[in-house]
Structure formats: C-alpha cells, structure tokens
Design a protein around this ligand. Structure first.
Ligand code: ZN
Length: 389
C-alpha cells in the first residue's frame, strides 16, 4: 500500500474559515437517484456517499492513511462517546477532533441522542434536555440542545447534528408524537445556539423522527424545514421494523425534504438497503455494518456475504472477492484470512475491515458513476441479477 502523508500532528492547521454548500449535479431520469457535491472547509464530499463510523475518534483497526487509500471522503464521530471519553478539555487542546485523531478530511458528528437512548441509563427527559448516567462510570450528565452544540463546536466537526429524541420499535402513536414534539423543540434551540457559536458557518442538520407513522414523519419534515437547516437526516429507521416498512417510510419522507439540501439516512444499512435508498433520493449513509461485521469474520461481496471462518475456505487460494481491488483482496487469500481469524490475530480485524469499507465505498461510488451516466436502473438490475446467482 503506498504511503499517503497526512500533515504531522504538530503542524496541523485548522482551516481559516468554515463553510458548507451542496449542489446536485445529476439526476436519474428513471428513479429519484441523484449525484451531488458537498463542499466543506476540510474538502469536498461526492454524494451519494457512505461514511465509515469512527465512534471513539478511530475507525476501528484502520489508520487515517488506510482510510484515504480505501477512498473514504468523510467519517463519522460519536459525540456521546467523545464527550465522556476523553472529553472536550483534552480534544480542545488540539483545536478539535481532526488534529487529535490525525484526519484532515470532513467529519460529521451525531448529537449523542441515539447513544443516550440506547447505551446510557436514562434518568429524565424534559424540555431542557436529557439527563443520563454514563455507561462507563455511572456519572450523571445533562445533554441539553445548547450543550450538544457546544460539544460539537469543540470537536470542530464539519457537519453537526441536532439533539433528537429516539424511540424504540415498536412504539405507540402517542409515544412517537411526544418524541417528535420534543425533537422539534430541541431542534429550534440547537439552531439558535449554532448560529451564535464559532462553528456557526459549518453545517447543522435536523433529524426527522415520527416512528413508523407517515403523517408524523410528514409533520416532522415540515417543522424542521420551517426552522431551516443545512441538510436533513431521517432518524429512527432500521430499528427492528421490517425492511418494507423502512423503505416505505423513506419513500414517503425523502420527497418532503428540500431537494436543494443533502438528505441523510442515519444508521442504515445493507448493500440492498443502500441501493434502494439511493433510488429513492437519499445522499448520505453511515452504518457500523462493514466495520462490526469485519471483526466478526463476515465479508461483503457482490454475490453476497461470506463468513471467513467457514471450513470450506481452509485451503482456498482465492482472495475474498476476485473482482475487488482493495489491499486485502490484492494480497491475501481466503485460507490465510481464515487462519488469522481463527487464531484471533489482530491483523485479521484490519484486513477484513479494509475490504469491507472498500466494498461499501466502492459500491456507492459505482452507483454515483451510473447516476452520472444515467444508467442507474441498469446498475440496480445488474446488482440483483448477480446477487441471485
Ligand atoms: Zn477486497
């Protein structure tokens, strides 16, 4: 793998000015798929885009140089985790997450809401925010809309997310309506606080909630559009509902969001989910699937997933995916990767992760190319044809 030089941590310069813009450059004539470009002060992002998840300021097991080699243009950091550990005091000494983790391309951070509602012990939800106990040491914290903006400003991220109230699936209509009301209230306060903050020229995205109720999704999209954000995310999908329901909600909600702004589906999904959501007009995705599954020995290929621990690969001299051009597939066999994985060698996690992230990024890059050539529907048909083989 060629060595790619990032700026040494000691010379790392913060961009002088912050900025954000989005432009749609091509639309499919047969579906709602579209290609665009996001500009940030840390560089451009070509959409549709897949963002690898770097929960704790690292995409587990791979270095920033490897991510660049793989083709990553933007990564995601988790506000909840970074706030609790190592904390803003430390990260602010590096003027933000970019220099702290040695990554000088764009970063999107979530608001922490999802982790507070899934990982922490909740104590109270009110207009002021959400009070919770840390999953690490049990300490008590209040995450208010203003505080979420302050933490993300300290992280110096290019795209910030509003605090939203996440709900479990299934949830009643009343639970969804209450969470939606709170999400809009917090979004308004996030917007006010963001404008006044030193990070106020970077982007802030609102998050549509509303559970699996179409009219609540519409209400949420309308209320957030009125507040006016740099982009819009759809949260609360892929939380256990059937795939058809997830796609139905996305199909209904995406056109309700302004076409001139980027649209981001949070925490989704499989290659099949991504191709369908791109067809419905989504621009941005993040998911732990390629990284988490890599560490469990599952590798993605065009003809489906393979489990590298399977005994059928014990003397297999082929790469995981014969058509893949990633570092792992260019240099290693299934037999070697199986051996590393069964021996719990650390290199197994790195090589599997390199392949899986490359697969997701390259898959979406090829979708983009097909949209630019107005051949997206052919690409989609070909994808399913190969999967069924
Ligand atoms: Zn590969």
């Amino acid at each position: 793998m060629p060595v790619i030089e990032l700026q040494p941590v000691t010379n790392f310069k913060k961009p002088v000015s912050s900025m954000f813009s989005f432009e749609v450059i091509a639309k499919s004539t047969e579906s709602r798929a579209r290609a665009g470009v996001i500009q940030t002060s840390h560089g451009a992002v070509e959409t549709p885009i897949f963002m690898p998840v770097g929960t704790l300021g690292t995409v587990k097991s791979v270095s920033p140089e490897e991510l660049i080699e793989i083709g990553a243009q933007i990564i995601l950091g988790n506000t909840y985790h970074l706030y609790l550990r190592p904390g803003c005091d430390i990260i602010s000494r590096f003027e933000g997450l970019h220099r702290f983790m040695h990554w000088n391309k764009p970063i999107l951070t979530d608001s922490g809401g999802f982790q507070v509602f899934s990982l922490a012990k909740l104590t109270k939800i009110s207009d002021d925010g959400v009070t919770f106990q840390s999953h690490i040491d049990g300490s008590k914290h209040l995450l208010s809309p203003e505080k979420v903006m302050d933490i993300q400003a300290c992280l110096g991220t290019d795209i910030m997310m509003c605090l939203d109230q996440c709900i479990r699936y299934p949830a009643t209509r009343e639970q969804c309506r209450a969470a939606l009301k709170m999400t809009t209230h917090w979004a308004r306060r996030c917007r006010q606080s963001w404008r006044k903050s030193p990070n106020g020229h970077n982007a802030l995205f609102g998050i549509v909630q509303g559970g699996m109720f179409a009219d609540l999704r519409r209400q949420s999209a309308e209320e957030l559009t009125d507040i006016d954000f740099s982009g819009y995310a759809i949260g609360g999908l892929s939380v256990g509902e059937p795939i058809e329901v997830m796609l139905e909600m996305a199909d209904f909600t995406l056109p309700k969001l302004p076409a001139v702004k980027p649209r981001y589906i949070m925490g989704v999904g499989t290659p099949e989910n991504l191709i369908e959501l791109v067809a419905l007009g989504a621009d941005m995705f993040d998911c732990v699937l390629p990284t988490r599954n890599a560490r469990n020995g599952q590798m993605f290929t065009e003809s489906g997933t393979i489990n590298i621990s399977n005994s059928r690969y014990k003397d297999d001299t082929d790469p995981p995916d014969a058509e893949c051009r990633c570092y792992t597939c260019r240099n290693y066999s299934r037999a070697y990767l199986r051996h590393l994985y069964l021996a719990r060698e650390l290199l197994a996690y790195r090589l599997n992760t390199i392949h899986n992230i490359y697969f997701f990024i390259n898959f979406i890059k090829r979708m983009r190319k097909a949209i630019l050539a107005d051949e997206f529907e052919n690409f989609r048909k070909e994808f399913y044809r190969r999967l069924e083989k």
